[in-house]
Design a binder for this molecule. Structure first.
Ligand SMILES: [Zn+2]
Length: 122
């Protein structure tokens, strides 16, 4: 079922996991993050270490049948362990930029799909 959600959100990033789905009244919150793996610096190839996380809330632009979809995306902050380098970056999610560019048809389809899952989470 998680894979179905990934599919209809059009998520192609391979290492994304859905940690939980909450239904609160007419709001469905889908929590996403990248699975934790070793990151290496693109500049000097040293190990990166995680400086913590921050949360990004993406409100779905379209309401349908009273349901609102909210994506809560956890992004990790990374810093290079090499003091000469100190490169810094955050997790990137390809689907988010794609999501923003999606046509009006896609969100409509997403919410139709979401209805199927209502009973599993109520
Ligand atoms: Zn580095």
């Amino acid at each position: 079922m998680i894979n179905d959600i990934m599919n209809f959100l059009n998520i192609e990033d391979k290492d994304i996991i859905i940690t939980k789905i909450l239904t609160d009244g007419n709001i469905k919150e889908v929590h996403l993050e990248k699975s934790l793996k070793a990151e290496y610096c693109p500049a000097c190839s040293s190990r990166m270490y995680s400086k913590g996380k921050y949360f990004r809330k993406i409100n779905h632009p379209i309401l349908q049948d009273g349901y609102q979809l909210i994506l809560i995306v956890t992004q990790r902050k990374w810093r290079c362990t090499n003091p000469q380098c100190n490169l810094y970056f955050n997790d990137q999610f390809n689907f988010i930029s794609k999501y923003k560019q999606s046509s009006n048809i896609t969100p409509y389809m997403i919410l139709n799909e979401m209805k199927k899952y209502t009973c599993y989470y109520c």
